[in-house]
Design a protein around this ligand. Sequence first.
Ligand SMILES: [Zn+2]
Length: 502
Amino acid sequence: MKNLKIYNSFSRELSDFTPIDPKGEYIGMYVCGPTVYNEVHLGNCRTFVTFDIVYRYLLAKGYKVRYVRNITDVGHLEGDVDSGAESKIDQRARLERLEPMEIVQKYTNLFHDVMRQMNTLPPSIEPTATGHIVEQIEMVKEIIGNGYGYEKNGSVYFNTKKLIEENKGYGTLSGKLMDDLISESRDNLKNQDEKEHPSDFAIWVKASPTHIMRWPSPWGVGFPGWHLECSAMSTKYLGQTFDIHGGGMDLQFPHHENEIAQNIGACGCQPVRYWMHGNMLILNGKKMSKSDGNSIMPREMFDGSSPLMTKAYSPMTLRFFMLQAHYRSTLNITDDAMQAAEKGLQRLMEANEILLKLKYSGAEALTELDGKINQLIDAAFADMDDDFNTPNALAKIFGLVSEIHKFQNALQPINSISQATFDRLKQIMSALIFDIFGLMDEGKTGEGSTDLVDGLMQMIVRFRKEARDNKEWAKSDLIRDELQKIGVQIKDGKEGATWGKI
Ligand SMILES: [Zn+2]
């Protein structure tokens, strides 16, 4: 009915999208969210922008979507449990002299700030792993009850051998064979002697005395395995089988492979109808790596402090840049490419402004140009239906941009298209640019009109001046700080205070 095709990374084929809901109305989508012990990096931003486009496009097609994106705030272990390794959150807490939950809150807030700057829509539910310990313990019990889990010295492991012997497809998603599963298992180094099979993985981990984030369970004090939270929370909010599960390609193994194993172990069914994986973002042709100095944080991109970029690029330039590649292709970020993206975005926004100002006067007769414009619009949607092909859809939109410029330069009269096509063009340009691609005109702040924002800002600047005149420094600083939080900077000059976006 709705012609959408999605590349399913589980079956490795492009297939027609059919929702599980018999009426075809409701869709459940789960995307693995961030681990909140440091700032979200640019590669993660790409993944979240990708699924924001998926979410926006499904909404535009009229589906009712429940979009769940979790926050991983349970401290998981790096390396060998027995060597006294700390969880990443515990480690960060000690380093910054904060409570683990302060670390979680701080980086969750920062993550939300970046997501807001990138104009991603908030998910319908954003569950935290620490808020779902009960559900995770219940799932471990179910897995043990069904014979897919076993307890050893206060930890519980998933029995992958049983799944493999029963031919239930452990390794199908990642396409890994037994040898890879064993050698690449994330838990490989940990408590190897406790596991019955090398590819088994922990679903509940006994807490070492130094582990801060810990909860009581039937198997003693510990914390859930990393993969478990997504199985437990997707089941709780979307049911045992739901429509779309997304995440970065790096999560395919072991995370998603193990999610599938846990769901089969607990409920006996495949959890997901369509698995979608976003590809990597690389920088200057190489994998991003902090230790090699080949890395940029979103903040550095926006404030221009990265030595790898010649200047600051706005969040919308970054978003536009990401739209220029298909989500399943790797995307190479370079300064040149960002400059080109900046120009492209500007050209697009200008064309839309021109279009809004054009006054229609003309005939209703259909012409060749009329057909061309309608064809470009239809083709842009066909591209989006083809596994969310944003670069191809953008190319069609730029075809429309050229036509709009010709109208403006009087190279073609506006009455060479019909009123209906003119109205459609206006409506569709705005729907594609703002609603589906989620771009914002950075000349305007947010959704409101410029006049409204200007008026409000003048009022705020006046309040601040009054506070300063009365030497109420705390109040004037508060106004400045609160504005800074939403990306607005006040500068004091001879002519009075001015304001601008950071
Ligand atoms: Zn996950």
